[in-house]
Design a protein around this ligand. Sequence first.
Ligand code: UFG
Length: 335
Amino acid sequence: MQILVTGAAGYIGSHVVKQLLEQTDYEIIIIDNLSTGFQNTIDTLKKLDSTNKRIKFYNQDLSQWEKVEEIFKENDIKEIIHFAAFSQVAESMTNPIKYYSNNTINTTNLVKVASDYGVEKFIFSSTAAVYGDVTSENIPIKEDLAKDPINPYGSSKLFSESIIKDVASINANFKYVILRYFNVAGADIDGKVGENHDPETHLIPLVVKTALGKRDSIKIFGDDYDTEDGTCIRDYIHVCDLADAHIQALKYLETNPSDIFNCGYGYGYSVKEVVEAVKKVSNIDFKVDIEKRRIGDPAVLISDNTKIKTKMNWTPKYNDLELICKTALEWEKRI
Ligand code: UFG
């Protein structure tokens, strides 16, 4: 059976492909334009394929939808996991069209082709950014909370969610699972794949880079929030647990209707706690600067993960901040 994974040369996609190779028999069709992902990640994934024939890679931009359609003609794709997207909140504020073009328009084209070619399962990579600036009485966040994104990145994903839902409503054969990721972090436990963004903006990779001397200091964006230590609180989920949610979502759709799930641990850590965890696991002290707040950062984002834990067969295995930081650190030493 064939599955299409878009964006597999990126951070989360590569971890999912590794698990698909290890845990399933799928033949994996990859579409990635390598705009933010890396050819060497594709090479690594191919090396992990002991049969040497389970991965077929197309270096293809999704905007060229006639070429994408050719890929559907050449193959027999019945399932899709769609990661390919831009994901930097700050960049989306200064270049919204880039985000709506790639994240929303290209997803529309992909969903159209998927529906036309009889795709039965569509797993979509969405984000906690669809909820926007959540007030404290709505923490932890449930899936049915009103969606009110505060940046084009979140809006571009929310539009895509609507498109997927609307197509499913007129095509009974087309089922979806939308996964809304909280703060994804860490790296593959075996150290084969990991996080590599250019530029890097996420907290944990920046802190581990600082521990390893690749940066002079880590800047904490604001210590005057209404939280216990004044820094923002986030729900950090290990990328391998998140990858497993995609595998479980495919199984879930065998017998269940389409649905939407938060992906997080339901517990939050402050920026200062993350910095301390990296100091502890690395046994390295490093410079920490307190800066002013970063625009658009909500004080607290924590998932309510009751739905995914009760409805899907998803049991997190790496729910441990130090383990998350340690795997990120080990990966950072390799790159
Ligand atoms: N932070 C710092 N210093 C840094 C980087 C980050 O203090 O150098 C802080 C941020 O201010 C924030 C926390 O660390 O309080 C986490 O920041 P990240 O940039 O790692 O992650 P975000 O919470 O901003 O964003 C993540 C995903 C987005 C998603 C969003 C949902 O990366 O894709 O969660 O709100 F949209």
